[in-house]
Design a protein around this ligand. Sequence first.
Ligand code: GUN
Length: 286
Amino acid sequence: MSATILDGKAVAAQLLRDVGTRVQAAKARGVEATLAVILVGDDPASAVYVRNKERRAAEVGIATRDHRLPASTTAASLHALVRELDDDRGVDGILVQLPLPAGIPSEPVLLAVDPAKDVDGFHPDNLGRLMIGKPRFVACTPAGCMRLLAHAGATLAGARALVIGRSTIVGRPMAQLLLQADATVVQAHSRTRDLRAEVERADIVVAAVGRAELVRGEWIKPGAIVIDVGTNRTAEGRLVGDVDFAGALSRAAAITPVPGGVGPMTIACLLDNVALAAERRAGLVA
Ligand code: GUN
């Protein structure tokens, strides 16, 4: 048996069409969906991510306001910019691209973002709301993973779901979403004693640790659904996920490729959140 390959680009394209329609509906009410993007420093990978987000935003009719600050920016001036955008009634969403340069702690910056404009879903208020099952904005990568699971036709209620990774922006919100969908959730991390045994039991595997091909194909339970969040560059320059894709292909029922799986979904879910913020400003949704 060969796994179905979950085409993140196609699922993202479908979501982006819906986002475009909703952005137009907000516009008809006089609200131009607007995302403010803050990029500090000159990390080349971050610059690529930001360019991709801004490009996709333009395609669906979302305006972007680009704020590029040098690596020498002080925490105080970054905070001042965030506060200015918080108060700007024309801005629906604020995105502070991470990581910030060493010397600017990210936590106080993320706390300064108005939770009602926190389209990344990183503010503790939004993470807390997710935990009580009343989300305002769901973090984009976990939201994208849930959409891919739905696309795969996964039955989550009662399933054993393994989340590998416990980051605040992916692993933890992912586990919450699976729990709310009635899965039996195990969260593995770097101190987990026997990762192989956990993978062998799991009906759903979400790998989000950033270690190339950590999860071996032969560990995958036959028929499992595998969502690979990792994007890692090998010594030979190949782009690979956290899962040994070729090995998993003959065991899983469905698996996301890297690239072209979770990545496109993250951007689409970000713009979905911006559209939601604009719909709220336009009084179209609560
Ligand atoms: N850096 C890596 N991923 C993300 C993301 O989803 N949002 C932001 N703001 N920064 C990131």
